[in-house]
Ligand binder design. Structure first.
Ligand code: JEH
Length: 454
């Protein structure tokens, strides 16, 4: 590839001699030349700029000088007339400008197939618009680009950026072709964090999972960190992720950092402790989601009695006021969309649930996670559950947390098992006098730290 750089500050490009580009030049892969724009001036003062038509601050680079410079460089293009080459020569005129289209990796990869790249670096307020227009009309590929939303003093830095982004993609350029291959199957996320020796540096330890040799756990950990930092630093990238590239673990990781993805787009999630004034809202949510957790044979009348007696505003107001209880609410785009209740203390575990050594009076009780229909499968329930478990482990004395769910509700059982619960017993859960057969699942809270590696 031949590269011509034109600027009134050609010294800027001495950096190119230091970079890897030097090596590529030695091997003949890249041939870069730097030109002082002023060599194409004719006046005593070697002027390149003039005042803008229409008024306004600053100066604009005049087209005559640029025209002469670019005509020259286009015409002594390399191998443009080589008789033994049948393919057309692809020449691109690249013009850095704050109003250009954003330079992307895809564009860099595209430009890496060009034969001749001419980069016209402006200063002042930029180059007269007719330069780009004229060469485009003459059939040249003109690429007006920007390297980002900040203001530079001229195009030189943006030219260096383009040269580096393009030349490192040239066939046979890098010492290590694997790293290019790895880049190309990027999954639309930012990179996970990297660590090297020593294992401990200034009290900071390399995450234990990376030393574990457990390749699946390492892959999961890296993916979670990549998702988290992408959500935090590049929400725009999260918004353009295809839903079908995310598994349920991905969705939960995103939910835990406040992002829900659905086919209607991305939504903001906040999980926090319930407030006293939310009792009525939580009761309404409980009332409309409770029937989904009931077996189909349970009469609607029984459900309604249970809802009226137990899932009312007063009950939830009492839970919120009780220091032994903790309700977490999920607020999606400002609306209450889920809740989870953790209970501790004397009355948390019903007498008929106790299995000495397996389920004891001192255990915490998780009143099921309730999530509104549009948010099922988004990871919201998992995020609520993990938040509740985290709370129970850190803020209560309970050695275990216990949950009951109807024995026919396999979806719920699978969900709890995924979160570290194991089946430890049964109970009868009475809904308006009607006995229901529940399974009781338990999760250990004492080994909480170990499971945190995900
Ligand atoms: C800057 C080429 C040639 C300074 C200001 C203005 C912004 C609003 N990403 C990039 N930033 N800056 C450049 C670039 C690229 N690529 C760049 C250049 C030239 C590239 C001359 N300059 C200096 C320059 C006018 N302001 C532009 N506006 C959006 C903040 C205000 C006006 C033009 C040229």
């Amino acid at each position: 590839m031949k590269i011509d750089l034109v600027s009134i500050f050609p010294q800027y490009f001495t950096a190119l001699d230091l970079s890897l580009l030097g090596k590529a030049a030695e091997t003949g892969l890249v041939h870069a030349r730097v030109h002082d724009l002023r060599q194409w001036t004719h006046d005593r003062h070697r002027s390149v700029d003039d005042t803008p038509y229409g008024g306004g601050a600053g100066m604009v680079m005049m087209p005559q000088v640029w025209g002469e410079a670019l005509d020259t460089l286009i015409h002594d293009a390399p191998h443009s007339n080589d008789s033994d080459r049948s393919e057309a020569v692809r020449t691109v005129l690249a013009i850095p400008t704050p109003s250009g289209s954003p330079l992307t990796q895809a564009k860099a990869a595209d430009l890496a197939t060009a034969d001749h790249l001419i980069i016209a670096c402006g200063r002042y307020e930029g180059i007269d618009q007719r330069i780009g227009d004229h060469y485009r009309e003459r059939g040249l590929e003109v690429y007006e680009y920007s390297i980002g939303d900040y203001v530079l003093n001229g195009g030189e830095v943006a030219a260096l950026v383009l040269v580096e982004a393009v030349t490192r993609l040239l066939e046979g350029f890098m010492g290590n072709p694997d790293s290019i291959v790895e880049e190309s199957h990027s999954d639309g996320l930012l990179e996970y964090p990297a660590y090297t020796k020593p294992r401990s540096w200034r009290e900071l330890d390399v995450p234990a999972v990376l030393l574990s040799g457990d390749h699946a756990a390492i892959a999961r950990w890296r993916r979670n960190r990549a998702l988290e930092r992408t959500a935090k630093r590049r929400p725009d990238m999260i918004a353009s992720l295809a839903l079908d590239t995310l598994d349920s673990a991905d969705r939960m990781t995103l939910a835990r950092v406040g992002v829900l993805l659905t086919d209607t787009g991305t939504h903001h999630l906040e999980i926090r402790a319930a407030r006293a004034e939310e009792a009525a809202l939580i009761a309404r949510l409980a009332a409309r989601t409770f029937p989904d957790a009931c077996p189909p044979e349970l009469p609607a009348e029984a459900m309604n009695v249970f809802i009226t007696d137990h899932l009312n505003e007063d009950t939830f107001a009492a839970h919120i006021a009780n220091p032994e209880d903790q309700i977490f609410v999920a607020i999606v785009d400002g609306e209450l969309s889920g809740y989870c209740l953790v209970r501790t203390g004397e009355t948390a575990i019903d007498a008929d649930m106790i299995r000495p050594g397996k389920i004891d009076a001192g255990d915490a009780y998780l009143s099921k996670c309730y999530v509104d229909t549009p948010w099922r499968g988004t990871g919201l329930a998992g995020a609520l559950l993990e938040r509740s478990i985290e709370y129970a482990a850190a803020h209560t004395q309970a050695p275990r947390i216990v949950v009951g769910t109807h024995r026919s509700n396999f979806r719920a059982q699978k969900f709890y098992r995924k979160h570290g619960f194991v089946k430890k017993g049964r109970r009868i859960f009475t809904v308006a006098g009607i006995p229901n057969h529940d399974v009781v699942l338990v999760r250990d809270l004492t080994t909480f730290a170990a499971s945190e590696k995900d």
